[in-house]
Each structure stands twice: as C-alpha cells, then as structure tokens.
Design a protein around this ligand. Structure first.
Ligand SMILES: [Zn+2]
Length: 208
C-alpha cells in the first residue's frame, strides 16, 4: 500500500495512520520526523537542511524529496508507506510523482479524510484540559462530569488560532485535491464516524 494521507488537524489522520502502520506493517513517513532525524544524525541531506533552517529559510523540495527517497529505500518500506505532510503543493506533488515513477513505485491512492469544517472547528476548539489531573475533554463531544475538574483551554485551541490553521489547511489542500482527482488517485473517505468505521472505509478506498 503506497498512499498519501490528506486530512485537516482534528480529522483523525494521526490515529488512522497508526492503525494502518499496525495492520499493514508499513511505515508512516512524516517529513517533519525525517528532517529532525536527518539533522540529528548529521547526514549529508541533514546538514543541507540544517544550513537552510539556520538561515531562517525553508528546506528546499529537492532536499526533502531526497530524504523521502532514502526512507522509501529502507527494507520496512518494501511493501509500502504512508506519506504524511508531503506534498503540500503542486510542484511538490509533481516532483514526488517523478521520483516515485523513477523507482517504479507510484502512489496507489491519495486518501482524503473528509470532514465538515464546522465539525472540525468544534472538535478542535472544544478541547479542554483539567489543570489538576491532566485529563482531556471536549465540551461538545466528551464533556466532563459537572464540577469535578478545573478546565482550561490551551492557547493553541483558541478559536482564532484554530480558524487560521484550518484556513491554511484548506488553502494548501484544495489544489492538491484537484491534482489527485485529475490523476484518478483521490479517494475521499467520510471521517465523521468512529475510528473502526473510518479505518474500514480507508481500506475499501485503497483497494478500489
Ligand atoms: Zn481533573
């Protein structure tokens, strides 16, 4: 299974990735993790990435792509991978397509975790953490028993911040959806369901 997983913050993408990793024995390849690892190990690509970051620049696509290529070449990715956080734009999608084609391992599907923005907004802005016991609740979907906890909201979960994050996600993802639709690779999955149901939908979507 060679897939890209697209999903907004709060869509359950992380949970589903973990399920896929377990069920199929394939790695989840997150470009953020790859970058941190390469920098920490001081590999050639890592040094290049570090130089860019130290200069306050974005790491160029060729460097990130090189890291993905190296990662895909490892034995645990022989039967597939889940790409997470890449591509984020059309040039990256095109470069990825070329690279995978040259390896003879093209993408089989791009799975979009589809969820109404209003629902996402509630999932994300409803998060509250108990100051005393650290339990996480959601005032909309899993409210705490009354009066037992001292709830606070993290600054990152405030409405303006969440709104901005979702806007950025939408703006980034829309062109990718079109691109992969045109390529016949897009599989849209209803992410407004319990974890098992969504997982089954993803399995069905990928085997189409
Ligand atoms: Zn508590």
């Amino acid at each position: 299974m060679r897939i890209v997983l697209l999903g907004a913050p709060g869509s359950g993408k992380g949970t589903q990735s973990q399920r896929l990793v377990k069920a199929y024995g394939i790695p989840q390849i997150s470009t953020g993790d790859l970058l941190r690892e390469a920098v920490a190990k001081g590999t050639e690509l890592g040094l290049r990435a570090k130089a860019a970051m130290d200069a306050g620049k974005l790491v160029d696509d060729a460097t990130v792509l090189g890291m993905i290529r190296e990662r895909i070449g490892k034995s645990d990715a022989a039967t597939g991978f889940i790409l997470d956080g890449f591509p984020r734009n059309i040039p990256q999608a095109e470069a990825l397509e070329k690279m995978l084609a040259s390896l003879g391992t093209p993408l089989q599907a791009v799975v979009l975790m589809n969820l109404d923005l209003g629902i996402l907004f509630k999932r994300l802005t409803g998060r509250r953490i108990c100051q005393e016991c650290g339990q996480v609740f959601n005032i909309y979907t899993s409210p705490p028993p009354e009066g037992k906890h001292k709830l606070t909201q993290r600054p990152d979960d405030k409405e303006e911040v969440i709104g901005k994050r979702l806007e950025v996600y939408e703006a980034q993802t829309k062109p990718l959806i079109k691109y992969y639709e045109a390529a016949g690779l897009l599989r849209s999955v209803d992410a407004d369901a319990d974890v098992d149901t969504v997982f089954k939908s993803i399995e069905r979507a990928v085997s189409q």
